[in-house]
Design a protein around this ligand. Structure first.
Ligand SMILES: Nc1ncnc2c1ncn2[C@@H]1O[C@H](COP(=O)(O)OP(=O)(O)OP(=O)(O)O)[C@@H](O)[C@H]1O
Ligand SMILES: [Mg+2]
Length: 511
């Protein structure tokens, strides 16, 4: 499917430096992008990928170094200038205005807005582009009504509407189902075939192998090297990224688990628009057991988690933790009952973006020692405990006073998981815990989860990533439209079997 890109350089970056608060995010980086290629950018969390992309897209100005665009030196002062030259980026965190329609978002910032553009034309163009690139969208829909995958389509189409020559996609597949990911790859190849260049940031090496022509690897802000994708296998790519061989941990088989630690009976949880999102789910999790919940996003995952951790009141059914009924308990009471929770959105729900790492690590524990003595908070405890946890869990990029939102995605996730584990949970509710993490960080987080399993923690792993589910779960449940439609021990689970159940197909009873 891949065809040889042309040799014409679309972009060249030479010796680019960029520091934030004394940390070199990009350190003398060289990067060459050919016209008509899909170029993967690989690197651990915090390696400097988003920074490099943001420089190219005009969001940041480099401290030093040169940027050449189609052979000419350029300095983009802002994203608008970059876009006018044909460089557009879809950010890791989207930038759409959520109460406007798709078409209104298309018009936003367009140079012809108010002059020649009218809504009818935009609707037509949006629909046509959607068809051409196999990214269907409804131009009249409001952004908040769309799934994350659909919002991403809007971001991409919006840039195609501006006829970009270079499209930068920063971890686009982290928010997509496997099927949506495959559709996006087709679109990427189509754009490359048209002579556009695509920069594709991803942590998933098999994706990089599948879709890219070339790979550039960054480590600690420096260029490690570039290779033609066909010349490197995933093992080598992983080694280039982390500088050592990696073995992703998988669970060992356990015959006997302990007593039932979490028991969920006929649980019903309302959805956002009045309809029931969880429609009578029952399951038990024993000590030391990991139960994986597989399903296409939007089939009740969010509401199941909310119902279990006290963020949404179940309309019927019961949740019993270690013998105590916690069905209608508050969030605080769930924490006190030693239930840990890693939510889907790290910065939205999990962490307080404006607080420091130390403060975030103490967020659930500050009401008791060592953080509090009587009614007084002990400042030194925040610092000492913070230092200890940062060290123990290898959270990188932390500096005194720095708001946690400035850490890279992988480090945010490590901080979140560390905080929950530090509460010595009896039950852990995890949503896609390694989403967006590099292979090294994935290894670390998986090891943390398996260590808790060995300690006897009962874990519920809700994920759309089948690799993650298959690697960690002892038993798998498949949910579809709010109900459990399949159950199997890990030994009998395959991606194909799960995928079929996830799409709502009923398995024939084995004779
Ligand atoms: N706006 C900012 N302010 C302060 N530090 C920043 C900022 N943006 C990035 N950094 C730091 O620069 C380094 C590189 O970050 P960058 O986001 O480019 O990494 P990344 O390779 O995209 O990581 P990830 O895979 O987690 O997305 C990190 O140490 C990060 O904490
Ligand atoms: Mg990034």
């Amino acid at each position: 499917m891949t065809q040889a890109p042309t040799d014409t350089l679309a972009v060249e970056l030479c010796g680019v430096d960029k520091s934030f608060y004394g940390v070199k995010a990009n350190d003398n980086v060289d990067f060459k992008l050919a016209q008509g290629e899909v170029h993967a950018l690989l690197g651990e969390n915090g390696a400097g990928k988003s920074t490099l992309c943001s420089i190219l897209a005009g969001l940041y100005r480099p401290d030093a170094g040169d940027v050449f665009f189609e052979g000419e030196e350029v300095t983009f002062k802002n994203p608008k200038e970059a876009l006018a030259s044909g460089v557009g980026m879809v950010y890791q965190h989207f930038r759409l205005v959520s109460n406007l329609t798709v078409a209104e978002n298309f018009a936003l910032g367009h140079p012809d807005t108010g002059v020649r553009l009218n809504q009818k034309e935009i609707h037509k163009a949006a629909r046509e582009l959607g068809e051409k690139y196999d990214l269907p969208i409804d131009p009249a829909a409001r952004i908040w009504q769309l799934s994350v995958g659909e919002q991403q389509r809007v971001e991409i189409l919006k840039l195609l509407y501006r006829n970009v020559k270079i499209l930068i996609l920063d971890e686009p597949t982290a928010v997509l189902t496997p099927q949506e990911g495959q559709a996006l790859f087709k679109t990427m190849r189509q754009m490359a075939a048209e002579g556009r260049s695509v920069i594709f940031v991803s942590h998933k090496l098999d994706e990089v192998k599948q879709v890219s022509d070339r790979v550039t690897v960054l480590r600690n802000g420096k260029t490690v090297g570039g290779v033609a994708t066909a010349d490197a296998d995933t093992r080598e790519l992983a080694r280039m990224m982390v500088g050592r061989d990696l073995v992703l941990p998988t669970r060992d088989t356990v015959e006997d688990f302990g007593d039932v630690m979490l028991s969920v009976k006929d649980l019903h949880v309302p959805g956002d628009r009045g309809l029931e999102a969880v429609r009578g789910m029952s399951f038990d999790i024993r000590e030391g057991e990991v139960i994986g919940i597989a399903g296409v996003s939007g089939n009740g995952q969010r509401e199941l988690a909310y119902g279990l951790v006290g963020l949404r009141k179940p309309s019927a059914g019961s949740v019993v933790l270690d013998g105590a009924d916690i069905t209608n308990n508050t969030v605080l009471e769930h924490i006190d009952a030693h239930q840990g929770y890693v939510p889907q959105s790290r910065l939205g729900m999990g962490l307080a973006p404006g607080l420091t790492t130390d403060e975030n690590l103490a967020l659930k524990a500050y009401r008791s020692p060592p953080y509090s003595k009587g009614r007084r908070l002990v400042a030194s405890a925040f610092r000492d405990e913070g230092d200890r946890i940062v060290d123990e869990y290898d959270i990188r990029g932390v500096r005194p006073g720095l708001p946690i939102r400035l850490l890279s995605g992988g480090n945010l996730q490590k901080a979140l998981v560390a905080r929950e584990i530090e509460l010595e949970p009896k039950v852990l509710i995890l949503r896609s815990p390694t989403r967006g993490l590099d292979v090294g960080a994935t290894e670390q987080v998986r090891n943390l989860i398996l260590k808790e399993r060995a300690r006897g923690v009962a874990t519920l792993l809700i994920s759309e990533d089948l690799d993650e589910l298959l690697a960690l779960s002892d038993r798998l449940l498949v949910i579809f439209e709010g109900e459990i439609v399949g159950e199997m021990p890990a030994e009998e689970a395959t991606a194909e079997r799960l995928g079929l159940l996830m799409s709502g197909q009923v398995e024939e009873a084995s004779a």
